[in-house]
Write a protein that binds this ligand. Structure first.
Ligand SMILES: Cc1ncc(COP(=O)(O)O)c(C=O)c1O
Length: 427
């Protein structure tokens, strides 16, 4: 019998990894309190739990004016609209990210200009961003991907340059608690966009928080998400003398805010454990031939772990990443080859889309002509994403993952022979 679970052998890990989200009596009490209060929704905005969440979240990230809302996609659309970015403006986004990073500019009427990523972090390459700037460029959205951060120093220098003066929106859907030079993710650019969707390391089931650099931007954001009502500076309550911009109902409900508040209490201990276990994972994986760890920039002072990403050199490791991930899943280690590169998303293909932006500006969506070698290499051959649950399972969780990776590599010959059939099964 084969040693490999995918070919009928025994699994490396039989015990499931710990589930997410984690909850306890605090969540039940918090939601019960809101239910009994009768104030379930988000109007008038912000409700008491939402206001408390805004305060505690800004504290957690170390700055900014927080405006909670319905998800971490709308956050970016609202940021662009609050900053006055709209129809026909260009917004630079990385090629390797979730589609929301590009669909949000389109929802605001802007054009996502897709550029390549840095192979050391798989985050936006600041040099590629610099080359993509034109007189129509108004904003950049760097994504802090998995557990890495984009080079915020280089991006801010570029954005602040007298020639450009660009708006920077950090997509921090994966970066709760992360710090760059000691400064919280999402507080470096003009905006930080956070998702509270159920898989994220701080969650309310669904939800999002926009951190704004100035009280004016926060007031505008609060107005946009509250049907255009005028809001006080800092995103505070409705105020007839406040700022107002056209909007819709994107308010977070009080029930969701209560869940996020309970999650914030648990967050520091969880983040610490993930960080400690990730250091152990780095050490263990670095000994495996053909594994390339993401390069940790010393300015990335606190790492946060939504997903742990590493790369393999398929030749040296002995197989392609999709074969490895299929075999790891069978071994009881949840793994994934990661996001599609942005130019592979059918959603944005002008010939397949009735969205206003690709239809009006098809010249920006000639995906077959785009040269994005690093994002393509990551998504087609190299990247391996592990779930943060590996770290919540403690040293044994890491040991099992590493043992499974070694086992799969040791049996590469046998596995590759069955690879075509396995690929079918994995898809
Ligand atoms: C990088 C990135 N940006 C934005 C989002 C969108 O967040 P939401 O699902 O809350 O809209 C996600 C969600 O997975 C994401 O991974």
């Amino acid at each position: 019998m084969s040693e490999l679970a995918i070919l009928g052998g025994p699994k490396t890990r039989t015990e499931p990894y710990p589930q997410w989200p984690v909850w306890d009596q605090r969540d039940i009490d918090a939601v019960t309190e809101v239910i009994k209060s009768g104030r379930w929704g988000g109007y008038p905005y912000p409700g008491p739990k939402t206001a408390e969440l805004a305060e505690k979240f800004a504290e957690l990230q170390g700055g900014g004016y927080a405006v909670p809302m319905i998800n971490g996609t709308v956050t970016m659309e609202v940021a662009l609209r609050a900053a006055g970015v709209g129809w026909g403006d260009e917004v630079i986004v990385p090629a390797y990210t979730f589609q929301a990073t590009a669909s949000a500019p389109m929802a605001a009427g802007a054009i996502p200009v897709i550029v390549d990523v840095d192979p050391n972090t798989y985050c936006l390459d600041a040099n590629a961003a610099a080359r993509a700037i034109t007189p129509k460029t108004k904003a950049i959205i760097p994504v802090h991907l998995g557990s890495n951060m984009a080079d915020m120093d280089a991006i801010m220098v570029l954005a602040r340059s007298a020639k450009y003066n660009l708006i920077v929106i950090e997509d921090c859907a994966h970066a709760h608690g992360a710090k760059w030079n000691g400064q919280g993710a999402g507080t470096i650019g003009h905006f930080g966009s956070f998702s509270l969707q159920s898989s994220k390391t701080l969650t309310s089931g669904e939800g999002g928080i926009l951190l704004c650099k100035t009280p004016e931007l926060a007031a505008k954001a609060a107005s946009i998400i509250d049907c255009g009502r005028p809001h006080a500076l800092g995103g505070g309550p409705e105020d007839p003398n406040g700022l107002s911009l056209m909007g819709a109902n994107y308010r977070l409900s009080e029930l969701q805010a209560a869940l996020a508040l309970a999650g914030i209490e648990r967050f520091p201990a969880q983040a610490k454990q993930r960080e400690q276990m990730a250091a152990y994972m780095d050490e263990s994986l670095s000994e495996i031939p053909g594994v390339r760890l993401m390069k940790r920039d010393p300015r990335h002072t606190t790492r946060s772990f939504y997903r742990y990403i590493f790369a393999i050199d398929p030749q040296q490791f002995g197989m392609e990443h999709d074969v490895l991930c299929a075999a790891l899943d069978a071994e009881g280690i949840d793994s994934w080859t990661g996001y599609e590169a942005m130019h592979n998303y059918e959603l944005f293909q002008p010939q397949k889309s009735t969205l206003a932006v690709p239809s009006a500006f098809p010249e920006y969506f000639k995906f077959e002509e785009m040269n994005l070698p690093e994002a393509t290499r990551a998504c087609e051959h190299e990247a391996v994403w592990l779930d943060e649950a590996v770290f919540r399972a403690g040293p044994k969780g890491v040991d099992d993952a590493v043992e499974a990776i070694r086992k799969v590599q040791k049996n590469a010959l046998e596995l590759n022979k069955a690879a075509d059939e396995l690929r079918e099964r994995y898809r």
